[in-house]
Design a protein around this ligand. Structure first.
Ligand SMILES: [Zn+2]
Length: 143
């Protein structure tokens, strides 16, 4: 998808996602969302750089940024699921994430924090246009 198309959807759904999942206990404010065409190009600073496994997005703890690699986005569902996934990583404890990788031997495929983020993606439908009012309604009722 084009950057502008992705951005437009992000601007509509991200405020709802933030409100729905709330603030992290481990990080200060909600992450900002930033866009790039490719992770390798971003990291190396070389526009044409490519690599073997190109993720669609990532959460960068150091800068509290969700990076969206917009050419990887296929449709609105994809964008919503991507933001939810990375937002769940923002909610998680970075040190525990690392410990489970380094000391408990978990890998990407079975890491409990990854499984949690993947599971949350199934919430995506409540952030679609026809349901967008619903989470707000639900949140307001909880207070
Ligand atoms: Zn993940």
């Amino acid at each position: 998808m084009y950057k502008n198309e992705v951005k437009k959807i992000v601007n509509e759904v991200y405020p709802l996602i933030k409100q729905y999942y709330g603030k992290s206990k481990f990080n200060s404010k909600a992450p900002k969302i930033n866009y790039h065409h490719n992770i390798y190009a971003r990291i190396t600073g070389i526009a044409e750089a490519e690599g073997d496994c190109s993720p669609a997005a990532e959460f960068e703890h150091e800068t509290n940024t969700i990076w969206i690699y917009y050419p990887e986005m296929k449709n609105e569902q994809d964008i919503i699921q991507t933001i939810i996934h990375e937002y769940v990583h923002y909610l998680q404890d970075k040190n525990e994430m690392k410990r489970l990788y380094d000391e408990e031997g978990y890998e990407y495929n079975n890491h409990p924090f990854e499984l949690e983020a993947i599971k949350a993606e199934s919430d995506w439908e409540i952030f679609t246009p026809s349901h967008r009012l619903y989470p707000l309604h639900k949140i307001n009722n909880k207070k």
